[in-house]
Design a protein around this ligand. Sequence first.
Ligand code: NAD
Length: 501
Amino acid sequence: MSETTLSALVQGQFINGRVTEGSSGQYTSVTNPATGAEIASIQLAGTADVDAAVAAAKAAFGPWSTTIPAERSAVLAKFARLMEERAEDFAQLESAQAGKPIRLAREFDVPGTIDNIDFFSGAARNLEGKATGEYSADHTSSIRREAIGVIGSISPWNYPLQMAAWKVLPAIAAGNTIVLKPAEITPLTTTLFAQIAAQAGLPDGVLNVVVGKGSIVGDYLLRHPDVDMLSFTGSTPVGRTVLDAAATTAKRVHLELGGKAPFVVFEDADLEAAIHGAVAGSLINSGQDCTAATRAIVHRSLYEEFIDGVSKLYAQVKIGDTTDPATDMGPLVSMAHREKVAEMVERARGYARVIGGGIPEGEQFANGSYYLPTLVADATPDSEIFREEVFGPVLAVTPFDTDEEAIELANDTPYGLAASAWTTNVYRANRATREIRSGCVWVNDHIPIISEMPHGGMKQSGFGKDMSTYSLDEYTVIKHVMFDLTGDARKEWHRTIFSVD
Ligand code: NAD
């Protein structure tokens, strides 16, 4: 698809069921990180646009939250089918704005999103609670699970479509309305997503998208008095700002933050599988994945063989033209981000063994923010590359001698989002899943996610769950309803007040 055709898919803001222009007077240039070419120039939202979006969401909440689950489910089912029809448009737009290889967008981002919509279409009809019953002899108690209200949500640039979907779908399936602010460098598929949802019958105001700067529009949304809950996916430092806003305005909050996933290769691992897993798990989306394998912790007996195997496969990864289905890895999201990644690797050269890496040479890479796969061997546990989130195609490797040491290294991080354990010993595998402190532990694999299972962190990777029916808990509030069974004016328990009969 040419960039001229892509531009036909570009929208600005999506407020109260309509595509609108931002009102800030400031523009953001959305560029293709693979080519440096501008795809769109969008007028950013200002605080007046947030006010309009929140007002629309507030007005839509009453009617939407009182629809029966089957109605919400039907809208979502239709939404999934319309997304299927537009799958290629979404894949092209996502690939262009985020610099993803088209194969990744076609086979992962877009079908994953459609599956998520289908899942929440079903889950909308399966909200659960404790059984109604007599927990006091004189009363019947029951549970109402209710929508919370207007959700203020903020999403990142690494998987713009999927991260927006993970925020929006459980929220609206449960009957909430939402104002979502995508990252301003990758807003295009989020606005199109909202537009297609409206075409599927989602009422005006239920899903609004404001494209604006985090520090202005994002901050304003977080502190808005008519926003009832905050849900955020992004970095841990900005997550702290979200918590601060939640504290000062007393709002419920759900945070999906950074990660620094350990990839533990025990002495009995299938080494070939571990090597392939490390390459795929560290390079997916150019390593710009919160669950990417970033710290390979490898038993000393396999250490050099692992490094050799990974670096050989790294050299075979096909990097380049993101529109070519044969391309394995695209650029980083921006030149600024590449600079940050490159600087961290340069610093690592001073204290560790860096294999590969750097900016690729050649005409086809000249205008893109490409960075080569990089292995940083002998990374000490206290080093920057082992501790800090790089968010690039960089895998730090460190050896261990005992299982205890491996688990200690895996847990020696403020993050706790995802991890993997590579072993053919069932007891070792079970111990690892119990002892590693993270929201997900894969055994003999790294990265797969599924709509039915929760995604979310521990420690400074945040709290709350995306996807699965657990995410519906985040976006609903439980109300206790209690009925008196006696009809008596003077209840048994009134003895605490009326001491004399
Ligand atoms: P980021 O924190 O810089 O930005 C995320 C969003 O927050 C953007 O929309 C941005 O505009 C907004 N923002 C920035 N400053 C703000 C402020 N002061 N107030 C309100 N909003 C503000 O993150 P990023 O660079 O876009 O994304 C990468 C990060 O996201 C990584 O740390 C990654 O690990 C994390 N991430 C986590 C998950 C997860 O599920 N846990 C998933 C994807 C990405």
